[in-house]
Design a binder for this molecule. Sequence first.
Ligand SMILES: Cc1cc2nc3c(=O)[nH]c(=O)nc-3n(C[C@H](O)[C@H](O)[C@H](O)COP(=O)(O)O)c2cc1C
Length: 193
Amino acid sequence: MLKRQLGPCVTYFPQPTSIITSVNSEGTANLMTASWVGIVSKTPPTMAISLNKGRQTYDNISKQKEFVVNMVPASLAVEADFCGIRSGKNHDKLEQAGLSLQPAECVKVPLLNESPLNVECRLVQEVELGDYRLLMGEILQIHAAESAFDEAGKMDVRCFDPLVYLGGVREYWDLGNMRAAAYADGQRLVVDK
Ligand SMILES: Cc1cc2nc3c(=O)[nH]c(=O)nc-3n(C[C@H](O)[C@H](O)[C@H](O)COP(=O)(O)O)c2cc1C
């Protein structure tokens, strides 16, 4: 495959679209869109987010030591973009985006009600990366939409409909079709059985 070199930049596909909820010292909630987000350990369950140190969200999390990562469904693409282009320093993004909150179980930061998957985190570590701060959060609880489960308890991912962000070209897409079963279909290429 012929390649074009892009140099040291941040183009990478796909990235999740997430809305991070946080609270300030008065308990006022803020929403911020973030795509530099991911699960980084299973033992213990840990989520990492990378925030510019100038964000209101960084200020809130560094002081309150808690945050919630809310998965964004494709139906909320416009609202998520809005939460990524305005700061909670001078906007009530919750009100302006027409979104709502619900209480979390383990942290005082609320969940985004319209998100079908919410991850409650307690800040455990912070790493300085130039203008950014990599924040590691121990996962305390995950809430998944009840409507996604069948009678056998199996989750139907179509109910989540995650919004994918293509960093570098700045576009939001939704998911296509399932192509393979993870940890299973790769077995077809295993020779040392
Ligand atoms: C799609 C998208 C992804 C973003 N991802 C991040 C991110 O991972 N880290 C970050 O610091 N800012 C990210 N931003 C920018 C912040 O969301 C934006 O600066 C926001 O206004 C900060 O809000 P706050 O000041 O209320 O915390 C992203 C913006 C968009 C639109």
